[in-house]
Write a new protein. Sequence first.
Length: 276
Amino acid sequence: MKNILEAKFLKEFCATASNMYRLGWDERNGGNISYLLKEEELKDYLDLDHVERKIPFMGVKETAFDASFLEGKIFLVTGTGRYFKNVEGDPENNLGIVRIGKGGKDLDLLWGFADGGRPTSEFPAHMMSHMARLKTDPENRVVMHTHPTNLLAMTYVHELDSAKFTHTLWEMSTECVVVFPDGVEVLPWMLCGTNEIGVATSQKMMQSRVVIWSMHGIYGAGRTLDETFGFIVTVEEAAQIYMLTSHLPRKNTITDAQLKELADFFGVQVKEGIIG
């Protein structure tokens, strides 16, 4: 078997976690990432018949959480209580590769969490979002949760209406309508780590790859780590521009006609009901 620490997917995952920490988005043990892996990516690194131990799902009522759609799927995931700043230097303790067990119940640990750890307490919310995105786009493999500073600030001062929030972000930078033409969905403040916020997020994920948890953070989904991280960076930069300018008289803006021109030029289908 090859050394899994040399696997491209693991190195990229670790680098992404480090970048998110350096940006100041993942304080202490804030933030979590899950990445759906393909068996062919793993076969040279792990014996997929060898299970280190069984791990129960955390933070959900078993009767209310059905992950059977994901039975047998394998995920690389950050650990509960772990700091993103430590992931790159010690992936074997801070990350784990888990397989969804029979009937969507419990997890088979295939690698990682060597010191007895377990997946993030928000792993069920990740699984709900993975199920929603896979039904929308079978190539979506990444769910990423983080706490971008300016976006959090924006949720304190901007109306928490998904269409209005999206329109404001699109106005902030020319690339926004092209990068996330399906807009953002906004949830009110909800208790994290619960079944309820996982369900609400997954429902929003059917409509957009970016869901904002007001006064908390953001959930992003995509086909690759780069793509998903790119969505979040773009949203955060737009929020930063908003926070830098919202208290000043605006003399210029990107108009709805220009947003339509951008969408037409780049061949993207924008969410209906946002551009007038």
